[in-house]
Design a protein around this ligand. Structure first.
Ligand code: NAD
Ligand code: 6OD
Length: 486
């Protein structure tokens, strides 16, 4: 990608602003371009454009027309598929094959999936006999909230943004999106696609910028925003919730995790090793669903630690387009400092470093990048900070356990509650254990496999509400009950 200036998209036009910030490659520190930073004026303009669209042509789109539009957006992303891949790779340093098979593919799928759902969505209908003997019927209609603010993180930029934009538009809302300051590129391309396929002016608006005292805060505090949907850190969720309290706006939060993988002695051993390798190190551990706590039943503990170590040491770290590369850089040097801080803290807390724990040396431009080694710890106490706080890097701790009750207690002993994965051949045990884990999602003998109709979200510090399928339609619409006494 050539040196660029990424602009906002407001009221159907690309607009700049006087303040800009740098867009930097995490692979080698190269300057990719500049990004405009929205101030209060740009955020006001975006919100006003979104509100105005609720009284313009966009408001007259039927559900079927909105579904057609979503399909055209999906087609538009597919037409520029490789541009999206390049944008995602440039901002994040992830392997090109991952951007193709996961990030951009899911961007397309999110629009197609919600197009199908909104075409099928109906309301509820009830009949009753009133006191005077007449048959009364009640039914529900779905209406948009109005203006929805969408704030997204950097770890799966297009996937997580479109996961919210698609259902919000499907329900007829206007949106103002603010991508992470670290990953502005794919959101800008999405705005170009919106423009190309004729999304009515004001229905989709994009502002770039940071969180506190910048575009994110201005957006979430704006009184004309009717609902806020946010993916990111739990602490940011609390801050946004306080902003949403003013005006009692709806919120939906997908927040952090400290997810457990539980490996029972009766598992398919090789599948469990491959599965945990994926769930701990995919996207350099920067997926909210990654397993940072691994519990292995004692009879296979030593063998499992050795096998995961061997697997982690075979992972190829490098440039996004290198043959056979498995892991790219972290998102930024700032994030690497945080991850390396935990690497040091783990040692201070008594961890044995089974593998990794540092920075790989390449002897080329990648030494200026934000790489870290895939890392495995053992020996930490359950109350160590490294066992309780989300690191969000390529790291897991492995501990042995002796019984279902013991592992359930330890898995549930967390302030977070996003996801868990179980590895066992005993499906009866899997059912019994799954329902007792306090999380939003449990995978059995797999990880990250998603049917987009299922509810997605977390308990405790991991979030508020569920999105996915009809749960998204419920969040992104206001239901009105109409009761008719004929
Ligand atoms: P973050 O909370 O720092 O930032 C997320 C977004 O919020 C960014 O766009 C940022 O600019 C904005 N923001 C920051 N402060 C704000 C404020 N005060 N007001 C309004 N907006 C603000 O998170 P991150 O570092 O970008 O992402 C990583 C985190 O996201 C991890 O904790 C990860 O677990 C979590 N995450 C959760 C899920 C999930 O589905 N549960 C998915 C992906 C990531
Ligand atoms: O698959 C999804 O729909 C989803 N929301 C994934 C979240 C991943 C977190 O990093």
């Amino acid at each position: 990608m050539s040196h660029h200036l990424l602009r906002h998209y407001i009221a159907g036009a690309f607009v700049g602003s006087s303040r800009t910030f740098d867009n930097v490659s995490p692979v080698d520190g190269r300057l990719l371009g500049q990004v405009c930073e929205a101030g209060q004026a740009e955020v006001n303009a975006a919100v006003e454009a979104a509100a105005a669209a609720q009284n313009g042509p966009w408001a007259r789109f039927s559900a079927a027309q909105r579904a057609d539009l979503l399909e055209r957006i999906a087609d538009g992303i597919e037409r520029r598929f490789e541009d999206f891949v390049a944008a995602e790779v440039a901002d994040t340093g992830r392997p090109v094959h991952q951007a193709r098979s996961l990030d951009v593919a899911r961007g397309v799928q999110n629009f197609r999936s919600f197009a199908g759902l909104v075409r099928q969505a109906g309301g509820e209908f009830f009949e009753m006999r009133s006191g005077d003997g007449s048959d009364v019927f009640s039914y529900t209609v779905r209406k948009p909230h109005g203006v929805v603010a969408i704030i997204s993180p950097w770890n799966l930029p297009l996937l997580l943004l479109t996961w919210k934009v698609a259902p919000a538009l499907a329900c007829g809302n206007s949106v103002v999106v603010k991508p992470s300051e670290d990953t502005p590129s794919s959101a800008t391309l999405l705005a170009e696609v919106m423009h190309e396929v004729g999304v009515p002016a004001g229905a989709f608006n994009l502002v770039h910028g940071f969180g506190p005292n910048s575009a994110g805060e201005f957006l979430t505090r704006h009184p004309r925003v009717d609902a806020i949907t946010f993916t990111g850190e739990s602490r940011t969720g609390s801050t946004i919730m306080r902003a949403a309290a003013e005006g009692v706006r709806e919120v939906s939060f997908e927040l952090g995790g400290k997810n457990a993988a539980v490996v029972f002695a009766d598992c398919d051993f090789d599948a469990a090793v491959a599965g945990v390798l994926r769930s701990s190190f995919t996207n350099s551990g920067q997926v909210c669903l990654c397993s940072e706590r691994v519990y292995v039943e004692r009879p296979i503990y030593e063998r499992f630690v050795a096998a995961l170590k061997a697997g982690a040491e075979k992972l190829k770290i490098g440039y996004p387009d290198e043959d056979g590369v498995n892991m790219g850089s972290l998102i930024s040097h700032k994030h690497r400092d945080k991850v390396l801080g935990y690497f040091q803290l783990a040692v201070e807390e008594g961890a044995s470093v089974v593998t990794g724990g540092g920075v790989p040396r390449f002897g080329d431009a990648r030494d200026k990048g934000a790489f870290v080694q895939p890392t495995i710890w053992t020996g930490l106490a359950d109350d160590a900070r490294c066992m309780r706080e989300e690191v969000f890097g390529p790291v897991c701790h492995i501990a042995p356990f002796d019984s279902d009750e013991e592992v359930l207690r330890r898995v549930n002993d967390s302030a977070y509650g996003l996801a868990a994965s179980l590895w066992t051949r005993d499906l009866g045990r899997a059912h019994r254990v799954s329902r007792r884990i306090h999380v939003g999602m449990v995978w059995v003998n797999t990880w990250f496999l998603r049917d987009l109709r299922t509810p997605f979200g977390g308990a405790r510090l991991s979030g508020l509400g569920r999105e996915g399928g009809r749960h998204s339609l419920d969040f992104y619409s206001e239901l009105t009950t109409i009761c008719v006494n004929p």
